[in-house]
Write a protein that binds this ligand. Structure first.
Ligand code: SF4
Length: 424
């Protein structure tokens, strides 16, 4: 059939969809294009959560126009969350794009491409094998979509309502991954805590998956503070293989802003979850997402966010500046925090968080930790990068094989990563 190139932007759900799309293309007879070649089919899988994500994708899609100059019959498709909510923007600004597709109709892509190329589409098998791209790590989707409609977020519009995957399907995929040597498995969904299928709750699913994951780090993301219930906290305390890391998006430390964001929890509920989780799993690493500059966010609201950052002392935080997304409830509000002020808030909370992370990481120096070797270090040539249960990266020199666990003594720390050396 020819070759394909796949460019994926965005979150772990998009990575998962990208692996599925690659599997679909290969089942349909396409093979990956060698580096430097112009593929017969180029697919860009986009994110629309933030303006910066669509700007980045648009730059790349625009640059693909030159592919058509060199290879007029190449087919370019754009999929994912962005065309699901703003297809007309792509169609009007990128006439060289042959087709768009959303997040739910990936199996239709080969037939669409075949139609454009005037070819007959080959039938696909019932079960598509994902082309895993991050060995020894793998994601397992437990649900799609979201019912929450946070005021700033396009996901419920782009991915539709929450649909949970059957328990047996999830466990079968986990078992297969463990059997084929994957060592770090993440159960993913927009709000994994609201998972329920045939009477099985997320906590029960987690316990069942945990039982299959001996010798493997088991993770889950992302969490909604409203839905992390006592049953889940108790399960965390009982699981033997679940990694010592919880990503718990805060978004804002102000109750007024949380209400305006339609987040459906307040700061006291959030802190209650944090304290219960820390009691169940002492020393667990906590990370978060923070959105600054939401419409109406005052200096006091921002100070309240800083207050929660100081109080919780996160291991790391992704801090974003609010930008209106078409079609969301917040897009109807005045975007009234001036950009320079948004930048100042982003930098202020970022700097405070980096200092806290450094203090936490420095306290780890001298300890001994089990790390999963992921591959060559991105930071230091000739070294390896290992990931801890706490989801921190340790760079180290020495002999190692990707996919194996090694014991490392932590010898140095920065806000982002650790340094280590093989433990004696
Ligand atoms: S929980 Fe809120 S932020 Fe997360 S995907 Fe759903 S609507 Fe978006």
């Amino acid at each position: 059939m020819g070759t394909y190139e796949l460019i994926v932007y965005g979150c772990q759900m998009n990575d998962y969809d990208g692996e599925k799309l690659a599997g679909i293309m290969e089942e349909a007879g396409y093979r990956p294009a060698p580096p430097g070649d112009i593929a017969d089919v180029v697919l860009v899988y986009t994110c629309a959560v933030r303006e910066s994500a669509t700007t980045r994708a648009l730059g790349r899609i625009t640059s693909l126009a030159r592919y058509k100059k060199h290879k007029a019959d190449s087919v370019i498709g754009v999929g994912g969350c962005w065309p699901a909510v703003e297809k007309e923007v792509i169609e009007s600004s990128c006439p060289h794009v042959d087709f768009t597709f959303g997040t739910t109709n990936l199996e239709d892509v080969p037939a669409t491409v075949a139609g454009i190329r005037g070819q007959a589409a080959s039938p696909l098998p019932d079960e598509i094998r994902l082309r895993r791209a991050a060995w020894p790590r793998a994601n397992v989707s437990i649900m799609r979509g979201c019912n929450n409609f946070c005021a700033y977020c396009v996901v419920p519009y782009a991915r539709g309502p929450e649909v949970c995957r059957p328990v047996d399907d999830v466990l079968h995929e986990v078992e297969e991954l463990v059997g084929t040597g994957f060592k770090d498995i993440t159960l993913i969904g927009q709000n994994v805590n609201s998972y329920r299928h045939g009477g099985t709750s997320f906590a029960e699913l987690l316990l069942k998956a945990d039982a299959l994951c001996d010798g493997v780090f088991l993770r889950f993301t992302t969490n909604h503070p409203r839905d992390v219930n006592d049953e889940t906290v108790a399960a965390l305390g009982r699981c033997r293989n679940v990694a010592r890391h919880l990503h718990l998006p805060l978004q804002s430390g102000s109750d007024a802003v949380l209400r305006a964001m339609n987040r459906d929890y307040d700061v006291s509920r959030y802190l209650d979850v944090v304290s219960k989780v820390r009691k169940a799993v002492p020393g667990i690493c906590l990370t978060t997402d923070i959105l600054v500059g939401f419409p109406g966010e005052t200096e006091d609201d921002f100070e309240a966010t800083l207050g929660v950052v100081e109080r919780v002392r996160y291991d790391s935080a992704y801090v974003f500046m609010y930008s209106p997304r078409a079609g969301t409830a917040a897009a109807a509000l005045a975007d009234d925090v001036p950009r320079p002020e948004k930048v100042r808030r982003l930098q202020t909370v970022g700097a405070r968080q980096r200092a806290i992370a450094l203090e936490i990481n420095e306290k780890m120096v001298g300890s001994e930790k089990l790390a999963l070797v992921e591959g060559p270090s991105r930071k230091n040539a000739g070294e390896y990068a290992g990931r801890l249960s706490e989801n921190k990266i340790v760079n180290f020199a020495g002999r190692a094989r990707p996919g194996e666990f090694v014991r490392l003594e932590i010898t140095g720390a920065s806000s982002w990563t650790l340094r280590g050396e093989p433990a004696p």
